[in-house]
Design a protein around this ligand. Sequence first.
Ligand code: GLV
Ligand code: GLV
Length: 325
Amino acid sequence: MSLPKVYVGLPIQEAGLEILRGRVDYRIWEREGAPDREELLRELKDVEGLLSGLPIRVDEELLNAASRLKVVSNYAVGYDNIDVAAATKRGICVTNTPDVLTPATADLTFALILASARRIIEANAFLRSGEWKVWAPELLVGREVAGSTLGIIGFGKIGQAVAKRARGFDMNILYFDTARREPEHSSGAKYASLDELLKNSDFVTLHCLLNEQTKNIIGEKELRLMKNTAILINAARGPLVDPSALYRACSEKWIWGAGLDVFVKEPVSPDDPLLTLPNVTTVPHIGSASRVARDGMARRSATNLTAVLGGHRPQDLVNPEVWQA
Ligand code: GLV
Ligand code: GLV
């Protein structure tokens, strides 16, 4: 019996390839980035499985080109690169990689909170450029993290992992989430409306999925509700924040600053106005970039893919309706 054909659209770790070997007949894109569209569509003509990732847009056009497809296994927890409704309509399973990247992403969020509050990037540049002449009481003074209030928008696994870390910093924790509203969570986080959260937080961090409801959840109105001493952190998805409103908020000091791992368009252009601001700390979408998390994502995405092709329900099915049907 021949093995099901699969296309692996990004150079995933050996930990995942080990799982694919002997179970599927795969071809892999081994370079950085993604194959160009034409090449990708050609590769997908006769495959039953696609291992996709953020640089690959899975839309109607792609699904039409891949008429034998049974599963799109995304190497990410977010899946806004995939038109899930279009996949569901065709009976195609969509899977993601939760859990394995939760600690790494929560850690990176905290790194952005600390780096933004204590001006770490700016301080490093100051020192290396030879500007450091003397220890001075007002040199590079930032915000205090300990004892401050953290507002978490989107209280799923990553949001809760951030709350757990915040407790160690004696932070007061507020959360807003459309799906849950227990007044108080085991981490000590208290439910707040979005407006209340924005008004009362010293740090606001985003951990929701990107969809039509959450796009631009932070725009001018929301930024104006925040304290002028507050810091916005985004390690979720760029389009959750209106970038031109954020630029004005940071340059005109409606808020104190921002820490960003993600951008509306990635890679963000080096000419993006946000990158000119000293009070905006930026890193290139590395939330899940720890060795443990990335190996875990490779294993989890490979396991989800081989499960579907072996006739089993995958652990991380985003569109369970497909399985029932
Ligand atoms: C990365 O951003 C992910 O969604 O896993
Ligand atoms: C801000 O979040 C941006 O996307 O540039």
